[in-house]
Design a protein around this ligand. Structure first.
Ligand code: ADP
Ligand code: MG
Length: 251
């Protein structure tokens, strides 16, 4: 098991407010790591430090180090476009562009200068296949992405991400807008994805974390209280606060 991302002594502040305190943890390659904890505890903030999306928020200060394949992404000379291509993200609510299905999928490639139509078509088919949408959408490539069901939109957003060949996939509560059947499909997809990618998912659905993840980290008010194999965290947590949270005593 290889380390993909190593977080060292990470602190994040929004103005004077300390959102993350001395976080240390490792995300393993080709595994799913879940970040769990009540609302407002810093899960999304931690996720966003992994591809420097926090940089886009005014007044944020990040201290510490985040190593991607051994390189600290917080060095000044980091190429943020390349970083966010390697470490891609899907959000709570699917956010397709107001374009056709096809144009959504090739957006990133066109931005990078790929205009060969045959190649674009190939990539569209491949990325839709990756998320099991090809059969559903092959005759709807010219339809507006926003006319799809929410669950299809979420899978389309994943496909759009896969089209630019990331290495790490960050998912911030990717199922919170979906019904249980749609959630099941996305979870099944995660098992496929981890064969090739490092996956980090934020969820406050405990059952989901237990079902899909290999490792879990429990955050509480900006502290990483406990981190380890999901099986252990959910059956024999070391910290009483983890125990209380996973058994539903608070949060
Ligand atoms: N852009 C922001 N500006 C100021 N405070 C923020 C911002 N984003 C998050 N916070 C605060 O940081 C803390 C952690 O937020 P967040 O990472 O979104 O938590 P979670 O994802 O666990 O719900 C919360 O107290 C939240 O209010
Ligand atoms: Mg959040």
């Amino acid at each position: 098991m290889a380390d993909k991302i190593v977080v060292k002594n990470l602190f994040v502040y929004y103005g004077k407010f300390q959102a993350l305190k001395e976080i240390n943890l490792t995300f393993t390659d080709r595994k799913i790591t879940a970040l769990i904890g009540p609302s407002g505890c810093g899960k999304s903030t931690l996720l966003r430090t992994l591809n420097r999306m926090n940089d886009l928020i005014k007044g944020v200060k990040v201290e510490g180090e985040v190593y991607l394949d051994g390189e600290n992404i917080y060095l000044n000379n980091t190429n943020l476009v390349e970083l966010r291509k390697k470490v891609g993200m899907v959000f709570q609510r699917p956010n397709p562009f107001p374009l056709t299905v096809f144009d959504n999928l090739v957006y990133g490639l066109r931005v990078r200068g790929t205009n060969n139509n045959r190649l674009l078509k190939e990539i569209v088919e491949k990325s839709l296949n990756n998320v099991w949408l090809w059969d559903e959408l092959k005759d709807k490539l010219k339809k507006p992405a926003l006319s799809l069901s929410l669950e299809q939109q979420q899978r389309l957003c994943l496909a759009r991400l896969l089209a630019v060949e990331p290495e790490v996939i960050l998912m911030d509560e990717p199922c919170s807008a979906l019904d249980p059947i749609a959630t099941g499909k996305i979870e099944e997809l995660m098992f496929e994805l981890k064969k090739e990618y490092t996956v980090v998912i934020v969820t406050h659905n405990m059952q989901q974390a237990a079902r899909v993840s290999d490792f879990s980290g429990f955050l509480l008010l900006g502290d990483l209280i406990e981190f380890g194999e999901t099986g252990k965290i959910f059956t024999a947590p070391k910290d009483e606060r983890t125990q209380d949270y996973i058994t539903g005593r608070f949060g």
